[in-house]
Design a protein around this ligand. Structure first.
Ligand code: NDP
Length: 487
């Protein structure tokens, strides 16, 4: 493994600041739960504060849902399912979904700014990835709503009923869209529980849904912590649970619904291998590696967190990679030049720091480009570990941060064996010039999604999901509809 000295970027250009205007998003000081078409405080009046992770400044007080609120939301969703939404013809449901999609597009800047403030992700990512993809999911599923009888689920596909949907903080709006759009297209109603640290765009989406005129109760949003999620999972009025988050909580949910008849889909963690062969187009591979692990600060379940590089090109590749990392800009998420934003929470930062320290203790070599970190907020410099062996924790555990572990291989068989040496099975990447090798690899890699000569590409028409400890069920595409159809 190489021991290249940190390479300075070719040119040390300093960019002028290009901040997006924060004023585009109005944040109410107090935010209620969205139940039965109305915003209201929690039954017991409890609230929590959501903070800007880039500055630690409090952004707003948000209602904290308790059991009574979960009861009310599930009852509202049941009523809407039985009396309005569940009976509505697909062509009418489609109109509402199109309306939501268009409203997201119209308010795209507002959504992007709010997402970056509440989550810490760079504005160029929320603006160019999260928000357009969220709108695309509603457009795509609007297209399915009146064509379900042609989707291969029989002549009269039936919805499941009330869906409880629990989402994480890494893509707050996009995960809400991934959950809500297919559920509504197929005639189900929803109770969504966003993550505690990122409630604001889910509430803005609720506002859009209210303005789109969906029947009250069709979508309900319960802000709160894991206890609200737990109450939703345990609620007997819920017919289906869709969860995205950690494998640990996923397993807990699976145990909780076992034997109850509640349908379940789980999208959990990952430890993806991004495999680069010696015949790969190197410049493209470097961009794919950077995008694979440093996109969204590495808070991505399918992140290419294990780089497997063929030994013969390891030195050259690592050299180029370090040079490229020297050009990444870390800082204000609202600056349009920023590549790496803030870590979403103090807890997540602690976890990343702990695992990175374990990497050093276990003997891997740690490297980061020169990268001053802002004084306030939660930050972690892009980090590369070389000399990583398969037994190291940083090669086995999901770090969920901007940390890349580099391992080498000599033969394709060794690459497959190392790539599959994980309990997860969500995603993988293959970089090679040979189409035949791509096919050979994809037949052997145990992952739900495999990218070839690219990484982290998403499309609503393309099913996404894993197996083994990465969960089960698919989101997106025709396969994603199956998760919301009875039978
Ligand atoms: P969690 O799995 O704890 O959170 C995901 C969602 O589930 C949140 O809305 C959370 O609420 C809720 N939740 C928490 N506990 C329960 C429960 N017992 N029953 C039902 N819902 C619950 O992820 P964390 O945010 O704590 O992140 C921890 C680690 O998980 C990360 O470091 C990362 O490794 C991994 N992760 C993986 C993700 C993925 O997409 N695969 C996404 C997020 C995290 P609340 O936010 O209030 O805790």
């Amino acid at each position: 493994m190489v021991d290249a000295a940190p390479a300075a970027p070719d040119s040390a250009w300093e960019y002028a600041p290009a901040p997006e205007s924060r004023e585009i998003a109005t944040i109410a000081p107090e935010n209620g739960l969205f139940i039965d078409g109305e915003f209201a405080p929690a039954a017991d009046g409890k609230q929590f504060t959501t903070v800007n992770p880039a500055t630690e400044e409090p952004l707003a007080r948000v209602a904290e849902a308790g059991r009574r609120d979960v009861d009310r939301a599930v009852a509202a969703a049941r009523k809407a399912y039985e009396q309005t939404w569940g009976r509505m013809p697909g062509r009418d449901r489609a109109k509402y979904l199109y309306r939501i999609a268009r409203a997201i597009q119209e308010r795209a800047r507002e959504f992007a700014v709010l997402e970056s403030i509440d989550n810490g992700k760079p504005i160029k990512e929320s603006r160019d990835v999260d928000v357009p993809l969220a709108a695309a999911h509603f457009f795509y599923h609007a297209g399915w709503a009146d064509k379900l009888e042609h989707a291969g689920f029989g002549a009269r596909p039936r919805p499941i009923g009330v869906a409880g949907q629990i989402i994480p903080w890494n893509f707050p709006l996009l995960m809400a869209a991934w959950k809500i759009a297919p559920a509504l297209a197929t005639g189900n109603t929803c109770v969504l529980k966003p993550a505690e640290t990122t409630p604001l765009t889910a509430l803005l989406l609720a506002e859009v849904i209210q303005q789109a005129g969906l029947p009250p109760g069709t979508v309900n949003v319960l802000t709160g912590d894991g206890r609200a999620g737990q109450a939703l999972v345990g609620h007997r009025g819920v017919d289906k649970i869709a969860f995205t988050g950690s494998t640990e909580v996923g397993k807990e949910i699976q145990r909780a619904v076992a034997g109850t008849g509640t349908r379940l889909t789980l999208e959990l963690g990952g430890k993806a291998a991004n495999v680069v062969f010696d015949d790969a187009p190197l410049e493209g591979a470097i961009e794919g590696i950077v995008n694979g692990i440093f996109f969204n600060q590495g808070h991505v379940c399918c992140a290419g967190s294990r780089l497997l590089v063929q030994e013969s090109i390891a030195d050259a590749l690592l050299d180029k990679l370090k040079r490229r990392l020297g050009t990444l800009r870390l800082g204000d998420p609202l600056d349009k030049n920023t590549d790496i934003g803030a870590i979403n929470s103090r807890e997540q930062l602690d976890k990343i720091e702990e695992l990175a320290a374990a990497g050093e203790q276990e003997g891997a070599e740690r490297w980061s480009p020169p990268c001053p970190l802002p004084a306030a907020g939660y930050w972690f410099a892009p980090t590369v570990f070389s000399g990583v062996s398969q037994s190291h924790r940083i090669a086995r555990e999901e770090i969920f941060g901007p940390v890349l572990s580099v391992l080498t291989f000599r033969t394709p068989e060794e690459a497959v064996a190392k790539a599959n040496n994980t309990p997860y099975g969500l995603s993988a990447g293959v970089w090679t010039d040979k189409g035949s090798r791509i096919l050979w690899m994809t037949q052997r890699l145990r992952a739900g999604v495999i990218w070839a000569n690219t990484y982290n590409r998403f499309d609503p028409a393309s099913p996404f999901g894993g197996y083994r400890e990465s969960g089960f069920g698919r989101e997106g595409g025709r396969h994603g509809l199956a998760a919301y159809i009875d039978g």
